[in-house]
Design a binder for this molecule. Structure first.
Ligand SMILES: Cc1cc2nc3c(=O)[nH]c(=O)nc-3n(C[C@H](O)[C@H](O)[C@H](O)COP(=O)(O)OP(=O)(O)OC[C@H]3O[C@@H](n4cnc5c(N)ncnc54)[C@H](O)[C@@H]3O)c2cc1C
Ligand code: FES
Length: 279
């Protein structure tokens, strides 16, 4: 009976009913963001860009991107900003605690399109979380791609996430630009929006590929500017957030102009979004 209700996807995760996963470690990244490492269920596999529906008993369920990378991280890593009921309950979990996970859900970054080519990653705020999975995927296959560069924007120095990863990526030869929105005491790096730094990397805009994640307005402006600078729109890829309930294309909560963000996305190429008028 259980098997008729539970539906497994091709990656041996659960689509419709959560499996319980044990929290192994919780790292406080900023005042409102934690990195939670959970034990990977047996046979579970995922790709950069996919997400999980994560639940805590009595609080509910929320979509969260997988920020770890298979083959690089043993555990599933989730980077979670506390904004409401579910994310607060997730922040209260301690090592040894349990959370429910459904997934992996959604499509993935079509990174094979950039084989042999240079890649620009553009992230804003917690948008670095899904991109981190892809960056690590690309860096372990360095010989398969060209150069890699990243522009990462945060509102303030205290909100810069994944500092050790950023240093590690730079040490591996990635050209990293970290910027904050406004001047702040003690900050010696860049100041300004990520769009001000587009085109300043050694990535030929006309042949390169861009993978973007951040707030809606940032995504919209970065896609527009890269396109105006000559990057073909089919080379520009982003991942979107939306209010979700089921995560499997059944409830309609994430519907946007003929697409379900949970199943057609969350990763989209610019031409698909341009048609919708939202970008
Ligand atoms: C595919 C996908 C991947 C995501 N990945 C991550 C991630 O890696 N890390 C992370 O911290 N968050 C991520 N999110 C956002 C996360 O799902 C929401 O912050 C979460 O659902 C909020 O749940 P809550 O119960 O804590 O907040 P609620 O109590 O439901 O809401 C608190 C406030 O946040 C607003 N809100 C809730 N959900 C969203 C949303 N999706 N977009 C904008 N505003 C919202 C509500 O309107 C309300 O004002 C992702 C969302 C999607 C769709
Ligand atoms: S969240 Fe239910 S259809 Fe996408």
């Amino acid at each position: 009976m259980k098997d008729t209700i539970r539906k497994k996807n091709g990656n041996r995760g659960e689509l419709y009913s959560p499996v319980m996963a044990r929290v192994l470690d919780v790292v406080e990244m900023t005042s409102d963001v934690k990195l939670i490492k959970v034990e990977k269920p047996k046979g579970f596999s995922y790709s950069p860009g996919q997400f999980l529906m994560v639940s805590v008993w009595g609080a509910g369920e929320a979509p969260i991107s997988i920020t770890s990378t298979e083959g690089v991280h043993e555990e599933i890593e989730l980077c979670i900003r506390k904004v409401g009921l579910v994310t607060s309950a997730l922040h209260n979990l301690k090592p040894g605690g349990l959370m429910g996970i459904r997934g992996p859900l959604g499509n993935r970054f079509p990174v094979e399109m950039a084989l042999g080519k240079d890649i620009l990653f553009v992230a804003g705020g917690i948008g670095l979380a899904p991109l981190r999975s892809l960056v690590n995927f690309v860096l372990v296959r360095k010989g398969d791609f060209g150069r890699a560069a990243m522009i990462y924007g945060s509102r303030s120095p205290s909100e810069v996430l994944f500092r050790d990863d950023l240093k590690g990526w730079a040490a591996k030869g990635m050209d990293i630009t970290v910027t904050i929105d406004r001047k702040a005491e003690g900050w010696r790096q860049n100041v300004g929006l990520v769009t001000e730094f587009l085109g300043k990397q050694k990535i030929p805009i006309k042949e390169g590929y861009a993978f973007i994640c951040g707030p809606h307005i940032m995504i919209k402006n970065v896609m527009r500017d890269l396109s105006l600078m000559g990057m073909p729109t089919t080379h520009i890829v982003t991942t979107l957030e939306a209010h979700m309930k089921c995560g499997v294309g059944k409830c309609g909560h994430c519907y946007m102009d003929g697409k379900y963000i949970c199943t057609d996305g969350p990763v989209f190429e610019y031409p698909e979004l341009k048609k919708s008028g939202a970008f």
